[in-house]
Design a protein around this ligand. Structure first.
Ligand SMILES: [Cu+2]
Length: 495
C-alpha cells in the first residue's frame, strides 16, 4: 500500500513538472492592444506563446454625437474596447483592472474562451481592484468580448464590448490594410440629436428602440477626419463586430463588393462576391475586398434609416489614379422631366384648345389668325413649293400639277378627306393622279422640315390663293391628321 501510494505521488509530481516545464518553455509576450479603427499587427511567430493581456475598465464621459455626451463604460477608455490579437494555441494570462475612480464592479466574458462564463466569474472586479485568470485559445476566429455584470444589458448598452481575434495557426492571406469596425446601439433618454449629457434609458433598451446606431462608439468616429484610408489597388480586411445589445447589422460598403466573407467571424471564407453580410448581436464577420478606384466608400448598416438617421455611417477614403475602364464617372447629365414633362405638355394642349375655342367665337380674332396663317403660308410656300408648282400655283404642264383652281386639291379641302391633303406635304405623293382632266404620274418628295404650324399655314395659303377658297387649316388639325395617317400606315404598310 505504502509503495503504491508513493508511486502515485511520484507520478503526480512528474506530471506537475512536465506541465510546468511545458508552460515554462512558452515564450512570454505582452499583447499589443489597439483602439479602433486600428488592429494590432499580424502575429508572425509559428509556435504558441504565453501572452499577457491587460485591460483596464474606465468609466468616461465622451461625445456620442455632435453636442451630445454620454457616460460610457469602457474596456480601455474608448468604445469599442481595445482590439486583442492572439494566436491559436496561445495561453493567455488575462488581467482585468477596474480603475479606482469607477463606481461599479465589472467583469469580462470573452467569447474566445472555452470555460464557464468565458471568464466572467473569474474576473468579477470591484473598483480599485484587479483580477487575473488564464485560458488556452483552442479555437481560432474573431470573437466578441463584453462585460457580463448584472444588469448585463445595461453594461453592454453603455459600451462594454470589443473584439478579440484568435489568429489561426495558418493565418489568413496577407492584405495591405486591416481595420477594426464595431457597430452598436445607444439608448438615450432624449431623442436623437437632443443636446447635452444624455442618461441611459432602460425602457428604450427593453423596447429595442435606440436613438443612436453607430460604428466605433460615436456618429463621427469613422466619418470625415475619422475616415479609414487606403490607396487604389490595395486589399482591405475589415474585422467587423456587433456589440448590440439588440440589433443585427446588415453590414454593407457602398461602392465595393466583398471578395471574401468569413461569415460570423469563423475561419472559412464561406462566401465570395457579397454585397451585404449579416453581423449578429454578440457576433462578428471578417470581410475582404480590393479598392480599385479613388473616392469615398461608405460603410453602413443597410437597415438604412439607422445609417442616415441614427448614425451607422462610416467612410473609407481611397486615394489614387482614376480607372475609367472600371468606373467612368458621370457620362450623361440631361433634363428628364418624366411625368412632370407629360403634365406640362398636357397643360399646353389644353390651353391651345381653349385658345382655338376663343378664336372661333371672336370673328376679329378668327380673321387675324387666318391672316397670320396666310402670311406664314406664303413664306413656307416660297421656301418649299414654288420651285415646282410655280409662283402663282400654275405648275408646269405635264410635269408638276397646278395648285391654282386644282379640282384634285379642292376636292380634298372641303369637309371630307382633308387629312389626305394634309398628308401630301408630309409624306409626299407618287403614282397616277388626274388634275383638271390632265394625268400626272410623277414623284413629289416628302417635305420633312415642316412643323405642324408650317403645314397648316402652307395648306391654308394654297387653298385660299389664286382663286381658291377653303376653311383654314389649324396646327391641331394637322396633328390629328398625322396621327390618323400613321395608324393607316401601320394598318397597310406602304411599298
Ligand atoms: Cu461592466
Amino acid at each position: 500500500m505504502k509503495l503504491r501510494g508513493s508511486r502515485i505521488v511520484a507520478q503526480s509530481l512528474l506530471l506537475l513538472m512536465w506541465v510546468s516545464s511545458a508552460l515554462a518553455e512558452l515564450p512570454i509576450e505582452k499583447a499589443i492592444l489597439t483602439d479602433a479603427p486600428n488592429v494590432p499587427p499580424p502575429i508572425t511567430r509559428l509556435t504558441p506563446a504565453k501572452v499577457i493581456a491587460e485591460l483596464e475598465v474606465v468609466e468616461v464621459q465622451r461625445d456620442l454625437a455632435d453636442g451630445v455626451q454620454y457616460s460610457f463604460w469602457t474596456f480601455g477608455g474608448k468604445v469599442p474596447g481595445k482590439f486583442i490579437r492572439i494566436r491559436q494555441g496561445d495561453t493567455v494570462e488575462f488581467h482585468l483592472l477596474n480603475h479606482p475612480d469607477n463606481k461599479l464592479p465589472h467583469n469580462i466574458d470573452l467569447h474566445a474562451v472555452t470555460g464557464p462564463g468565458g471568464g466572467a466569474a473569474s474576473t468579477f472586479t470591484a473598483p480599485g481592484h484587479r483580477s487575473q485568470f488564464t485560458f488556452k485559445a483552442l479555437n481560432p476566429g474573431l470573437y466578441v468580448y463584453h462585460c457580463a455584470t448584472a444588469p448585463v444589458g445595461m453594461h453592454i448598452a453603455n459600451g462594454m464590448y470589443g473584439l478579440i481575434y484568435v489568429q489561426p495557426e495558418t493565418p489568413l492571406p496577407a492584405v495591405d490594410r486591416e481595420y477594426y469596425v464595431m457597430q452598436s446601439e445607444f439608448y438615450t433618454a432624449g431623442a436623437h440629436g437632443e443636446k447635452g449629457l444624455q442618461p441611459f434609458s432602460m425602457q428604450r433598451a427593453i423596447d429595442e428602440d435606440p436613438s443612436y446606431v453607430v460604428f466605433n462608439g460615436s456618429t463621427s468616429s469613422l466619418t470625415n477626419d475619422g475616415a479609414i484610408t487606403a490607396d487604389v489597388g490595395q486589399t482591405i480586411r475589415l474585422f467587423v463586430g456587433n456589440g448590440g445589445p439588440n440589433l443585427i447589422s446588415s453590414f454593407h460598403v457602398i461602392g465595393d463588393i466583398f471578395d471574401n466573407v468569413y461569415g460570423e467571424g469563423g475561419t472559412v471564407a464561406n462566401q465570395h462576391n457579397v454585397q451585404t453580410t449579416l453581423v449578429p448581436a454578440g457576433g462578428s464577420a471578417i470581410v475582404e475586398f480590393k479598392v480599385e478606384v479613388p473616392g469615398t466608400l461608405v460603410l453602413v448598416d443597410h437597415s438604412i434609416f439607422r445609417a442616415f438617421n441614427k448614425g451607422a455611417l462610416g467612410m473609407l477614403k481611397v486615394a489614387g489614379a482614376e480607372n475609367k475602364a472600371i468606373y467612368s464617372g458621370k457620362e450623361v447629365d440631361e433634363v428628364y422631366l418624366g411625368s412632370v414633362g407629360d403634365k406640362s405638355a398636357m397643360e399646353a394642349s389644353k390651353l391651345r384648345k381653349e385658345y382655338a375655342a376663343a378664336v372661333k367665337e371672336d370673328p376679329k380674332l378668327q380673321k387675324l389668325s387666318k391672316e397670320i396663317l396666310m402670311a406664314e403660308g406664303k413664306t413656307a410656300y416660297n421656301n418649299n413649293c414654288f420651285m415646282c408648282h410655280g409662283m402663282n400655283g400654275e405648275g408646269v404642264p405635264g410635269v408638276f400639277p397646278p395648285l391654282a383652281k386644282s379640282d384634285y386639291m379642292m376636292k380634298r379641302a372641303g369637309q371630307k378627306n382633308r387629312e389626305d391633303l394634309i398628308g401630301i406635304p408630309i409624306n409626299g405623293l407618287t403614282g397616277k393622279i388626274q388634275v383638271n382632266g390632265k394625268d400626272y404620274d410623277s414623284v413629289m418628295p416628302a417635305l420633312t422640315g415642316l412643323n405642324d404650324q408650317a403645314v397648316a399655314a402652307v395648306l391654308t395659303f394654297i387653298t385660299n390663293s389664286w382663286g381658291n377658297s377653303a376653311k383654314p387649316f389649324s396646327p391641331e388639325e394637322v396633328r390629328a391628321a398625322k396621327a390618323a395617317l400613321k395608324d393607316q400606315q401601320v394598318a397597310r404598310p406602304q411599298h
